[in-house]
Every structure is written in C-alpha cells, then in structure tokens.
Design a protein around this ligand. Structure first.
Ligand code: FAD
Length: 342
C-alpha cells in the first residue's frame, strides 16, 4: 500500500493531549496528522464522559467535557492538521534511505509516513463492546454497526439501538426524521445518559416516534448476508419478539487496549510508556505525552497532558531541524497569530 504524504509529526490519539499536540505542531510550522481509533475526536472525554463538567482546566471555572473538546479541536486543527478517524495504529516501521530516517505507521486503512511520532494514546485504543451474540461478527457493517459516522446511512431504515448511555439516547434523538422507525432497548431500567436526553426520548415515545424498552436484550441476529431479523428477549419475563430490521446499532461503551504499541520496543512501565523530561521515549524520534506516559511524579490529568504535548512537539520540531529552537517563545508575540514581535 502506498504511504500517505510524509508529515513532520504523526500523532497517535485525538484526545485532549493529541489535539493540543496538533495545535503546537501548527504553531511551530510543522505539518501534522492525528490518527485515532474512535470515530470522533476527544478521547476519554467524548467516549466516557461527554456530559460531565470538568473543574480543573486552567481558564475554565467549569466546562462540559464535550464543549472543551469542541474548542480544543477548533484550536488544534486551525493550522491544517489532518485527522484519520476510526483507524487503529497497529504497526510501526523505521525506514532509512538517502533522505534520512522516517517512520511509517500502519493502520488497517493505510500507511502514514512521518519524520517523528508523538504517542498520545491515553489508556489505549478504544474498541466498542460487542453484543456477545453468536455469529455477530458476520453482520458487522452489513446492518450491524458499532458506531454511527454518518446518520444519512440510516435514511429510511428500521433501526434497533441497544444501550442505556449517552450515545444510545443521543442517536434515538438524532436519527429522528432520518430512520423510518427507532426502537431503543436496554438490559435494565437505569440509564447512564444525560437526564435531559432521557426526557427527550421519553417524550418522543409518547408521540409514537420511538419505542423505548427496558429489560430487553438481543438474542439472535439473522439474515442472508445482511441483518434482516433480530430476536430480542425480556430478561425478566423471558418473552421473545422477532423484529424485521435494517440496522442494529449496539452502543454499549468501549474497552481500551494498548495493543500493538506494546510490541514496538518502547520502554514501558506497566501499561505506560517511559519518557524523560523532554517526553522522549527510548526510540529517537518517538515522543509520548498525556495519560500514556510514565515518569516520576506523573499525574494523569488534562492539564499535564497539554504541557507534555507542548514539550514533546517542541522537541520533535528541534529533532527534525536542529536549527529550530526548542523554546517556542510566547504565542502572544508570534507572527503566526498576527503579532508583531516574532
Ligand atoms: P485519551 O483521552 O485516553 O485519548 C487517547 C486517544 O488515543 C483515544 O481517543 C484512543 O482511541 C486513541 N488511541 C489509543 N491507541 C490508539 C491506537 N493504537 N490507534 C489509534 N488510536 C489510538 N482529567 C482532568 O484533568 N480533570 C477531570 O475532571 C477528569 N475527569 C475524568 C472523568 C472520567 C470519568 C475519566 C474516565 C477521566 C477523567 N479525567 C479527568 C482524565 C482525563 O480524561 C485524561 O487525563 C485525558 O483524557 C488524557 O488525555 P489523552 O489525550 O492523553 O488520552
């Protein structure tokens, strides 16, 4: 597979640390890309707690996780860093030729060439939790979807959502007017979604625009090459019902795994990557920042991840071009922001 254009910095992970690394790369005039396993930017904040308030980010007395990520993405991508979402980085090659040394990151969708790498992979790649129903893998992307990238894909479809968290409830609302019918089932009667969205869905149910059922689970998925029928059962009464469906979307949360990164010869401590005070790993040209790093005194916080991203990127820039200063100077003085004293 032909590798994508050579960039200065490839960032593994589009959480808060990766987004701030992209910002700093752009501020330093370095080309950058972010690769993330999730369909959306934001790492743990969007996958695990989009509706929670955060109180310890400098400058924000309180901020919703999803709002912080919205603004971090605006800031982080302003200089043109590209994003490659829904791709897990599995392989790393080191290439040495007449032009020097660079790396190639491998995902299931392609190869990405890069002069340096910043690993901002947090607690690892998030993968959607499966239903645990026999034969479900055969239907993946053939009526069974673990993420919604483009709601238009479900235009006119009879959709079954499974789950009791924000994603399931958000899509029960957001697929209104797109899907032909929407049923949402959850295995218990407690929900983890935002109260306002639960109320919204309950209101839609009253208007006959959604069918919300508690204590129901998926038993079987059937169809000829694609999802056609799903049998659900009530885990209290054992009642069963077979539904004619076009799509089933389980939104059951994620589990995370450092996966292949563990095999790259990087010094690690438990599941984290050891770095020095320059955020260098033991492999020249590969830096790490954020929750994935280990060093004495490490704190796993958004604030420390941002500081580490800044240190990692400035040292990566200096690694690529030793004449470039490590110290970026103050943004308030930089010409890139239209200031005079660059
Ligand atoms: P992450 O947010 O974990 O992002 C890493 C990204 O890398 C993920 O999107 C993942 O998909 C991607 N990735 C990993 N491996 C691969 C791979 N191989 N290929 C492709 N992509 C990959 N911190 C605070 O400072 N204040 C708080 O109030 C706070 N509250 C929290 C509440 C909860 C419930 C939780 C769970 C955490 C909280 N935290 C809080 C911690 C904070 O969320 C983390 O410190 C922060 O998310 C770390 O950011 P990161 O970018 O380093 O990693």
């Amino acid at each position: 597979m032909a590798a994508e254009e050579l960039k200065d910095i490839s960032i593994i992970g589009g959480g808060p640390t990766g987004l701030f690394a992209a910002f700093y790369a752009g501020m330093r005039g370095a080309s950058a890309r972010i690769i993330d396993a999730l369909p959306a930017l934001g790492g743990q904040l969007m996958a695990l707690y989009p509706e929670k308030f955060i109180f310890d980010v400098a400058g924000f007395p309180k901020v919703l996780a999803k709002d912080l990520i919205r603004d971090m993405a605006t800031q982080g991508l302003q200089f043109g860093a590209t994003t490659h979402m829904g791709e897990i980085v599995t392989g790393l090659r080191r290439v040495e030729n007449g032009d020097g040394v660079h790396f190639v990151l491998e995902t299931d969708a392609g190869d990405y060439s890069s002069r340096t790498i910043v690993i901002a992979a947090g607690i690892g790649a998030f993968e959607a939790r499966r239903l645990g129903v026999a034969g479900e893998d055969a239907f993946e992307e053939k009526g069974l979807y673990f993420k919604v990238l483009d709601p238009k894909q479900f235009t006119g479809a009879r959709v079954l959502l499974v789950g009791g968290g924000d994603s399931a409830f958000d899509w029960a609302v957001n697929l209104q007017g797109v899907a032909k019918s929407i049923m949402l089932i959850h295995r218990r009667d407690g929900f983890r979604a935002h109260a306002a969205t639960i109320n919204q869905v309950q209101e839609l149910c009253k208007q006959g625009q959604c069918d919300l059922r508690t204590f129901w689970e998926v038993k079987t998925i059937e169809g000829n090459g694609k999802v056609e029928r799903v049998t659900i059962f009530n885990n209290k009464t054992k009642e069963e019902e077979t539904l004619e469906l076009d799509a089933i979307i389980p939104l059951l949360g994620f589990h995370s795994d450092l996966g292949a990164i563990k095999e790259w010869g990087l010094d690690t401590e438990k599941a984290d990557i050891k770095v020095n005070q320059l955020m260098e790993t033991n492999v020249p040209g590969i830096y790490a920042a954020g929750d994935i790093t280990a060093y004495p005194g490490k704190l796993k916080l958004i604030a420390t991840g941002a500081a580490e991203a800044c240190i990692a990127v400035n040292n990566a820039v200096h690694h690529i071009n030793p004449k470039a200063k490590v110290n970026p100077g103050h943004s308030s003085n930089l010409a890139i922001f239209g200031q005079k004293d660059d």
